[in-house]
Design a protein around this ligand. Structure first.
Ligand SMILES: *[C@@H]1O[C@H](CO)[C@@H](O)[C@H](O)[C@H]1NC(C)=O
Ligand SMILES: *[C@@H]1O[C@H](CO)[C@@H](O)[C@H](O)[C@H]1NC(C)=O
Length: 177
């Protein structure tokens, strides 16, 4: 029930947000921007905060939030295709933020570097001891991903030839156009 409301909230927000994005890209274009690499939304239902806040009822992540992200990304890609046509001098490419097909169970298992789930919007439980090796974790805290994961994402965005990661091309190719 609560999660359904959250879904509707994100859905409504995403429609308005895409309208704004479209205007901002137009402004950037008018100011001379010609190459756009656009990141989609990652599986937000797998963050430790989402899981402790909404619960999952069985599956590893909050499915409805991940579905909202997928819907948003579909609309975002549609917008990119439209802008790629209407802003004739510009080139767009879409980047899938995890940068690879995600293993949801693995994300949840690797979890956060600090203790999460303190409630009241706390990102790490106050005074809890952080992990010794952040490379072994996806998240720093309840929401933010670690530098190591950021690096993997950036490498994929820059050089991956997998169209699941970068479509129609990666940032390296975009830069060479
Ligand atoms: C943009 O248009 C070009 C051709 O004009 C096409 O090759 C490319 O795939 C399009 N990109 C997107 C993101 O639709
Ligand atoms: C992607 O393809 C280009 C050109 O074919 C190649 O130079 C590059 O090494 C490839 N990237 C990866 C990550 O394999």
């Amino acid at each position: 029930m609560v999660v359904t409301n959250v879904f509707l909230f994100f859905f409504d927000l995403s429609t308005r947000f895409l309208g704004l994005i479209s205007i901002y890209y137009q402004i950037l274009y008018d100011n001379g921007a010609r190459k756009f690499a656009v990141f989609g939304v990652p599986p937000i239902g797998c963050t430790p905060n989402a899981i402790s806040l909404y619960g999952t009822n069985g599956p590893p992540c909050v499915d409805i939030l991940n579905q909202a992200a997928v819907l948003f990304n579909e609309k975002l890609q549609q917008l990119i295709r439209e802008l790629n046509k209407s802003l004739i001098k510009a080139k767009f490419t879409y980047l899938n933020p995890p940068g690879a097909p995600v293993d949801i169970e693995e994300i949840v298992k690797m979890g956060a570097c600090c203790k999460t789930g303190g409630g009241a919007g706390e990102l790490c439980v106050r005074n809890s001891k952080p992990c010794s090796d952040s490379k072994k974790h996806i998240f720093w805290d309840g929401v933010h991903i670690t530098e190591c994961q950021m690096e993997i994402m950036a490498q994929n965005a820059y050089s991956s030839n997998n169209t699941h990661c970068a479509s129609p091309f990666n940032i390296h190719k975009l830069a060479m156009l």
